[in-house]
Design a protein around this ligand. Sequence first.
Ligand code: UDP
Length: 391
Amino acid sequence: METVCDEKKLKVIFLPFLSTSHIIPIVDIARLFAMHDDVDVTIITSHHPSSCRVVPRFHQSRFVSWSFHQDPHADAAANLGIPRLMFLGGSYLSHSAQHSLKKYAPHHLEMTRLQKKKSYGSLFDTFYDLEGTYQEHYKTVTGTKTWSLGPVSLWVNQDASDKAGRGYAKEEGWLKWLKSKPEKSVLYVSFGSMSKFPSSQLVEIAQALEESGHSFMWVVKNRDEGDDRFLEEFEKRVKASNKGYLIWGWAPQLLILENSAIGGLVTHCGWNTIMEGVTAGLPMATWPLFAEQFFNEKPVVDVLKIGVAVGAKEWRPWNDFGKEVVKKEDIGKAIALLMGSGEESAEMRRKAVVLATAAKTAIQVGGSSHTNMLGLIQELKSLRFEGNCLP
Ligand code: UDP
């Protein structure tokens, strides 16, 4: 993201990394900027389907759509002295950990310094009450400027059409089904936009869900013939018992999570989903798979205590099926605790509700993220485009 300062208007250009889960929060942040009359926003994107899924929701500003290449633009901005802000998806905890790993591996030190020199600061989709301690820690160890603006999705997606715009809500069967369920009785199970599982893992998940006794909504993305047949049989059975609802492909996740029938979620710990779960006040069963997700699990389970781990241990590349198979007994234990009626479960739910209230407060006038956003715009406007925008 690059900013050009001007006496009257701040012009902000967004260059998102082209994957669904990067574009989603970047477009939300662009919309945050565009809420201000004195800010002019442009998003540079491509015709790739993952961009098309989220960008149509953005009305207030301009899109430039072309064959995309980010690095030369970032370099050009640096050469011209235009301040460049990086949006860092993920938590402060995960970025602090990654910073330490790079810093203490000597061959990475050079690269880190170079990146920092080119950036004015970083934006995070998080908020002070969620991980203020790590925010302070990150600022201290990296010596960089950061702004927490989250939860950005809660901030900009205030009405149902915004939320549905994220998710191709073509048929409303899922909604009808959820409406037939009592409050907080349904478990939502999703592993983000690109996770893959081997068939043996799908079988364990299916059995754990069926045997849990709880109602569930499971977003399935596998398109392998063998898996499809097994899942279709499973779908027929759970439809007949009215216990489960499968969503094939893309789910309108924001709308689902805020439905009062949802009582908890099973997540791969993608940061966007964690923020959306926190916003909805839901406890989570955590099942990290790739990228920084094992770091993201920690604050949820150990610090905020709004989650229970299924016990996944194997990190894998994002496009890999992985070898580890988490057994149905372990999945079942986590679900039982998440959806249970004991004191530990109730405490997790209470904490999740308190955090959701803090999330709403953060984006209101006077709240920490709201104040950060105003401060950021003022700071960028106060810089003059004379080659002195970079520190
Ligand atoms: N998402 C959705 N429907 C789906 C899968 C994902 O709306 O079927 C959205 C979800 O709400 C979140 C994003 O896509 O905003 C996924 O980002 P996250 O960081 O959780 O996981 P990733 O896809 O990067 O693994």
